[in-house]
Design a protein around this ligand. Structure first.
Ligand code: CO
Length: 339
């Protein structure tokens, strides 16, 4: 059966040079470009990043019916003044919509999260113009997801019924982390783990409505593996841990994670720790640390019941994105039973 991939990225064709240290594209050919930060190469990319035809071809090869297409985080620009950040988000979001006009590409916008008012404003504008969700970075400088302004934004997303995809980015740098891609291999999972802890211990899940749909990238980072340690600390060190209303394990049904963990053992840990209803196929397409074919580990997981496999492949994503988004894109006129 076809699956829904909730974690892919795009870089729009025609991204303008905005100057002042903003990411810009050095176009090498019709099929190749380099994301540049000032005069430094950030990442070499191919036309999968912007060409819907290539994406649809790869989706067909991988058995993916729908792709959620999110920004590439380096374009978030949270470190710029709010007005400039809002302008950059608008440019990115409008170009992304031009790319996602084809069937089966579900656009997620970005917002200037450094300013809650501007972020809420751009979310409303982007959704009105066709975006179906929002991708946010897991922090804004030293402000994590329990920052008052970010909580305001999450409450606004809930009120608009817009799904939120949280992606790690802007990982700490140090000589120890600036080799072997360590910022990606240890930094990204640690960042995501920290932000889920902030959602719980910062009391965010106690303040946002249960209807808020959130998904964390890369299997939620280190969180599922260390939930037991976290739970123990919550009980044993209440003197230093700002407590949530409930123990951490009571919040695992408040968010989803994607399946891009590459190993059946890790996928099983996600399902056992968080529940099969909380896991969705994600691939990180088209980047080299992503899974190809997308969803391969889920499809090969013989420990999943057929019902759980269906939920992870598409049912949970249909709930995350909303039937109103998913069903028309798949050409379904009648809603199948809820999973
Ligand atoms: Co990603």
């Amino acid at each position: 059966m076809g699956a829904i991939d909730v974690h892919t990225h795009a870089v729009p064709r025609g991204w303008p040079d905005l100057g002042e240290g903003k990411p810009w594209l050095r176009v090498e050919s019709e099929r190749e470009a380099v994301i540049m930060i000032r005069s430094a190469q950030f990442r070499r990319i191919g036309s999968e990043c912007w060409d819907p035809e290539i994406r649809l071809r790869d989706m067909a090869a991988d058995g993916i019916d729908l792709q959620v297409v999110s920004p590439t985080p380096v374009f978030f620009s949270y470190d710029t003044p709010a007005r400039e950040g809002e302008r950059i988000s608008r440019i990115f979001n409008d170009l992304a919509l031009e790319m996602c006009t084809g069937p089966r590409l579900v656009p997620f916008c970005q917002v200037p999260l450094q300013d809650p008012d501007a972020a809420c404003r751009e979310l409303e504008r982007a959704v009105a113009s066709g975006h179906r969700g929002v991708e946010i970075g897991n922090h804004v400088g030293d402000r994590d997801l329990d920052d008052a302004g970010i909580v305001t934004f999450l409450q606004h997303a809930a009120s608009l019924d817009v799904p939120v995809f949280v992606h790690p980015w802007d990982m700490p740098e140090s000589p120890r982390l600036d080799r072997w891609m360590a910022r990606w291999l240890t930094g990204m999972p640690a960042e995501t783990h920290l932000s889920i802890i902030a959602m719980i211990l910062g009391g965010v899940f106690d303040r946002v409505p249960p209807s808020l749909r959130m998904c964390f990238a890369h299997g939620g980072g280190s969180f599922a593996f260390w939930l037991g340690r976290f739970e123990n600390a919550w009980h044993q060190r209440s003197d230093t841990i700002a407590k949530s209303a409930l123990p951490p394990s009571q919040y695992v049904d408040r968010f989803s994670v994607d399946s891009v963990v590459f190993s059946p053992v890790a996928l099983r840990a996600l399902v056992d720790s968080l529940g099969a209803q909380q896991v969705m196929v994600g691939s990180d397409y088209p980047y080299p640390l992503g899974e190809r074919p997308a969803g391969a580990v889920v499809r090969s997981a013989d420990f999943l019941s057929p019902q759980d496999a269906d939920a992870i492949l598409s049912g949970n994503a249909r709930r995350f994105l909303g039937a109103a988004t998913v069903d028309p894109m798949l050409g379904r006129s009648e809603s199948p039973p809820a999973v």
